[in-house]
Design a protein around this ligand. Sequence first.
Ligand SMILES: Nc1ncnc2c1ncn2[C@@H]1O[C@H](COP(=O)(O)OP(=O)(O)OP(=O)(O)O)[C@@H](O)[C@H]1O
Ligand code: SF4
Ligand SMILES: [Mg+2]
Length: 398
Amino acid sequence: MAGSGTAHLRDGADPLLRVEHLVVEFPAGVGRKVHAVSDVSFDVVEGETLGLVGESGCGKSTTGRAVVQIPRPTSGSVVFDGRDLTKLHHEELRRIRPQIQMIFQDPISSLNPRRRVTDIVAEPLVVWGRGKSAEREVKVREAFEAVGLDYDSASGRRPHQFSGGQCQRISIARALMLDPKLLICDEPVSALDVSVQAQILNLLEDMKERYGLTMVFIAHDLAVVKNVSDRIAVMYLGKICEVASADDLYRSPRHPYTNALLQSIPVPDPEVPPAGENLALSGELPSPIDPPSGCRFRTRCPRAQARCAEEEPIIREIDPTHFVACHFPVMEEAGEGAGSAGGRLFGAQAGSSAADEGSAGAASDGPASEGAASAEAASAEGDSGVAVDPAAPPYSAA
Ligand SMILES: Nc1ncnc2c1ncn2[C@@H]1O[C@H](COP(=O)(O)OP(=O)(O)OP(=O)(O)O)[C@@H](O)[C@H]1O
Ligand code: SF4
Ligand SMILES: [Mg+2]
């Protein structure tokens, strides 16, 4: 993969967020730079969840942080609610920031260990001067209740007295305090046990509906993003390689990298071979200081041809909801795609009790999650044949 282009941007739509040609580079010594994000474009319409997926180091967090201008991107535009954040001065940007909140991977270290959790959740209201003390308490109580924690039991306690899952619930409560429009979740469940992951994913879905949120959901695991995302963008080494609806991407991955990511999702039955063409991923992510020429994925791509080293693939439409940046994409021959793990990680009830998640909790006992088990049962479905795109232009040496 590794392509540029904007064919996947929806011109007719009025997106809440539209990122175009985003570039983020970091200095890496004399004459060198880290090409962390290179010409990335995507849009998210109101009420939608965009999943941003790719392996470690591909630039997911940098992209998420560039949306909130931390740090300011090297170039490109980030239009949020009609205003290009890259063009705003510090004070204008500060006023818009409450509308975009982030949730991070490590819930415990993202909370100040010296403060009581109720104060941590109330802090955004204090900083922004919203409401009087009694009104703040009402709002914080509501937020605790919404994320499945008991305010009275939690008050007076500090983050280390809660489990990871409970700390993530506290982070979510804090993120909701300022009534944001956009929530950027950066690997919010990666540090949690699988059964707790299911509960937090369900909670985020619940919160999204309750508060009318739009989300960018970052993860390195396609199985995790599948059920929370309406649309998924797959990233590799600072570029977008494929964009599709969650179902299309999972059923019919077109990019060799997406196909490999799906093949790497473990299936519970060793007798059942992974579906699709054997395009398992090998080797390491190349250095973003000196990325490969042409398609950045070519050094690991089982389909790579000479053209891939010479010409960067530009993202193009495969069907109206499916876009790929590849000269020789994987094409489906028949049946289901490389994976169809509908229901993965979604065994837990939405808004399930935080008591499922650990010992030092503030809430009462609740039923254990069955998320992992149902996810694995579901993941055994699906099969597909794959072939080189017959419509792809033939390689011609330059
Ligand atoms: N401040 C920085 N200075 C230099 N390089 C950086 C900086 N921040 C990120 N990078 C580099 O940019 C690349 C993308 O990093 P990023 O954290 O965005 O990846 P990621 O996809 O979020 O990875 P992970 O899944 O491990 O969180 C990496 O090579 C990383 O080392
Ligand atoms: S076939 Fe070529 S363009 Fe497509 S992903 Fe592989 S290396 Fe990139
Ligand atoms: Mg990251």
